[in-house]
Design a protein around this ligand. Structure first.
Ligand code: PMP
Length: 402
C-alpha cells in the first residue's frame, strides 16, 4: 500500500501548513526537500557560470548542469542527453519548435493539426507561425464527453499535414489522448508530431523512444521541480537540422562581423546564461520521482480521482466534465447554478486550494459550451482525507449558495 502521508512529510510547505488541502497540482506541484536542498547545495558549493570557465568552480558548475541534462534524458529515456534542450518550460519549448523548426519547414498552405483540447501554449505559438508563413491550422474536434474525435482526426490528416500538436493529458479536463496510435497515423502521412507532456510526466513513465514522437515538451514545476526551467526533447536528426532561434553567447561556434557559425545542438538553442541552479533542482526532482514506486503512485492518484468522482455523483447541482475511461488525475466540475469562482472562494476559506476558470484552454471550454470549471488535480502526496474534505466543502458550499 502506497504511503502518501510518508511522502507528504518530505514537502516543507505541506509540513508548515498541515491544514492545507492542496489540489491545484496541475497548475504546479509542491517541492520536496531534496529539490530545495539540491539547489541550495549547488549555490553553496559549485556556483559559477557554465561552459566558459577555466577555473575549477566553473568546471563543477558545468558538470552539474550537464549532469542535470543527463538526468532529464534518463527520465524520458532519450537516446542521448544531446537531445535535451533546456527551456523556461513547456511554453518556451513549443515556441522554440514553432519558430525554429516551423519557421524553416512550414510554408503557405501547409497544415498544422491541433486538438481542440490543447492548452493555449500549444495553440498560440502555431497561430503566430501560421500568420507569418501562411500555414493553416486545423482543429480536431472533441466528442461531447471531451475525448478526441478520432475519426475527425483521421479525416483531417493528409499529405498537407506537416505538424500534429497534441497534449498527452489535458490540463483542463484530464483526458488522456491515445498518442501512440495518433503519432503512428501522423507519421504515415509524413507529418512531425509534438507532444505536450506538461500534465503527463508527473503521472506516467515516459519513454520517448517507444512513443516515437518527434518532439516532447514539459515543465519542471509540474513534476516536483523548480519553476523557470523545462525541457524540449527532439530526435537528434531533427534537432541537427533546426536553425537557432535566439542569438547570443553560448550558442555560437565562431563570431565575426562577416560570418557567424553556430554550435551543435543542444547548445545552439540555449543562448545566454541558462537556469543553472534550477537545472540541478529539476534533475533532483526527476531523480527523486524515479526512485519512488511510480506504478503505486499512479494507482494511488487514480484511486483518489475515482473516490472524488464517486462522491461528486452524490452531490446535486454539479457534473463531472470529461470521459472517465481515459483520464489523468484531474477532475473538472461544472455547476448548474453556482459560479465556480464563488465556490472556490468558499473552499479557500476551508483551506482547500483548487483552480477555477478556463484553464488556458478556451477553445476546449467553448466547444463543450462551458464558461469555466472548478478543477481538482492530484499529486502523490494527496490523501483520501483530502478528497473527503473537498467533497464535504463542496456539499456545504453548494447548500450555502443555493
Ligand atoms: N501545456 C499544458 C497541458 C499545461 O498544463 C501547461 C501549464 N498549465 C502548459 C502547457 C504550459 O506550461 P508552462 O506554463 O509551465 O510553460
Amino acid at each position: 500500500m502506497f504511503d502518501a502521508l510518508a511522502l507528504r512529510a518530505q514537502f516543507p510547505l505541506l509540513i508548515r501548513a498541515p491544514e492545507l488541502i492542496y489540489l491545484d497540482n496541475a497548475a504546479t506541484t509542491q517541492k520536496p526537500l531534496v529539490v530545495l536542498d539540491a539547489e541550495r547545495h549547488f549555490y553553496e558549493t559549485a556556483n559559477a557560470n557554465v561552459h566558459r570557465g577555466s577555473h575549477r568552480l566553473a568546471v563543477a558548475a558545468t558538470d552539474a548542469f550537464e549532469g542535470a541534462r543527463s538526468s532529464v534524458a534518463r527520465f524520458i529515456n532519450a537516446a542521448s542527453s544531446n537531445e535535451i534542450v533546456f527551456t523556461r518550460g513547456a511554453t518556451e519549448a513549443i515556441n522554440l519548435v514553432a519558430q525554429s523548426w516551423g519557421g524553416a519547414n512550414l510554408h503557405a498552405g501547409d497544415e498544422i493539426l491541433l486538438s481542440t483540447l490543447e492548452h493555449h501554449a500549444n495553440i498560440v505559438p502555431w497561430q503566430m507561425l501560421a500568420t507569418r508563413c501562411g500555414a493553416i491550422i486545423k482543429p480536431v474536434r472533441l466528442l461531447s464527453d471531451g475525448s478526441l474525435d478520432i475519426e475527425h482526426f483521421h479525416s483531417l490528416l493528409s499529405t498537407k499535414t506537416k505538424l500534429v500538436g497534441l497534449a498527452h493529458i489535458s490540463n483542463a479536463i484530464g483526458s488522456e489522448l491515445p498518442i501512440a496510435d495518433l503519432i503512428a497515423a501522423a507519421h504515415r502521412v509524413g507529418a512531425k508530431v509534438l507532444i505536450d507532456g506538461a500534465q503527463a510526466v508527473a503521472h506516467k513513465v515516459i519513454d520517448v523512444q517507444a512513443l516515437d514522437a518527434d518532439f516532447y515538451v514539459f515543465s519542471s514545476h509540474k513534476v516536483y521541480g523548480p519553476t523557470g526551467i523545462g525541457a524540449l526533447w527532439a530526435r537528434a536528426d531533427i534537432l541537427a537540422d533546426m536553425p537557432p532561434w535566439q542569438g547570443g553567447g553560448e550558442m555560437i561556434e565562431r563570431v565575426s562581423f562577416e560570418v557567424t557559425s553556430y554550435a551543435p545542438a543542444p547548445a545552439r538553442f540555449e543562448a545566454g546564461t541558462p537556469a543553472i541552479a534550477q537545472s540541478v533542482g529539476f534533475a533532483a526532482a526527476l531523480d527523486w520521482l524515479s526512485a519512488q514506486d511510480r506504478s503505486a503512485i499512479a494507482q494511488h492518484e487514480d484511486a483518489l480521482r475515482l473516490q472524488l468522482e464517486q462522491g461528486l455523483r452524490q452531490i446535486d447541482g454539479l457534473r463531472i466534465i470529461g470521459n472517465a475511461a481515459q483520464k489523468g488525475p484531474v477532475v473538472s466540475i461544472a455547476f448548474s447554478d453556482a459560479h465556480p469562482y464563488d465556490v472556490a472562494q468558499f473552499l479557500d476559506a476551508r483551506n482547500i486550494a483548487v483552480r477555477v476558470g478556463s484553464h488556458c484552454a478556451q477553445p476546449l471550454l467553448n466547444s463543450l459550451g462551458l464558461k469555466g470549471t472548478l478543477r481538482a488535480s492530484f499529486a502523490a502526496y494527496n490523501t483520501s482525507a483530502d478528497v473527503e474534505a473537498l467533497l464535504a466543502g463542496l456539499s456545504e458550499t453548494l447548500e450555502l449558495l443555493a
